[in-house]
Design a protein around this ligand. Sequence first.
Ligand code: ADP
Length: 298
Amino acid sequence: MTPKTATAIAADISAAIHAPFILHTQRPVSGGDVNAAYVIADRNGAQYFVKLNTTARISMFEAEAAGLREIAQTKIIRVPQPICWGTGESSAYLAMEYIELASNSTAQNQVRLGHQLAQLHRVTAPRYGWRINNTLGTTPQINTEHDHWPHFWREHRLGVQLSLAAHHGYTGALQRKGEQLLADIPIFFTNYRPTPSLLHGDLWSGNYGIDAQDSPVIFDPAIYYGDRETDLAMTELFGGFSENFYHAYRDAYPLDTDFKTRKILYNLYHILNHLNLFGGSYLRQAEHMIDRLLSEIR
Ligand code: ADP
């Protein structure tokens, strides 16, 4: 980012923390798929993690900050504390606590992550959804609250992604089978009524790390209150969580036996989102998942 932008953000941080923070260095960080990211530091070695995007993305940062706060206030699992956010001349930013992250998972920190996620899922709300809409990648995620989970999942999750896919030109078989699946969603919930649990919402292995005290840290959330199986399903989608994690989770908060089917229904949301964001091979994967789901209930 330009020195002018970095200096202005440093001044905002200083105002937010009620202490001097004068920009000395900045360095780019790689790894995110949505935003440019930097670590900025002062002469005393104080550091902050800053995400940058276009000014139109400010509401995405506001929602991310609110999501981090919602998890932070449970005091169950470490997240970076959001510090401040705003818009400058040509960009929007979100500044948060910088946490030195390692990726070396050990049996111990995987167990801890499993236990902490189970505890987080025991934080509940009266209804499914959340008071703020947020984003999954850059796709809007609608969190309008609802009392009926299958309805929520159909209207605000799979239905939205399928409509977006049609808009992107993925018509034909995907839409035909998708419509069928939407109509059949209640069948997957015949004997199952999930509690509205506090979810990370985008829990793949790129969104957790381990801090210097060997404690798990989760970041980049797309939170809402919903079925905890959705978080577990996503951990399996791209891998990166060990057996120790799953044992610890199930030990602390056992899963329903039909999770093995519903997890396909839940991961379909992420695969459709990948189709909408990145296109390509995700079309075949999405169709294959829908076929499997329809075959389970026919
Ligand atoms: P994006 O919103 O672009 O997906 P991420 O939140 O995933 O960005 O962050 C990109 C990378 O930066 C992560 O993979 C992680 O390694 C690192 N990171 C994220 N948040 C912090 C933080 N608060 N402190 C230090 N590093 C972080």
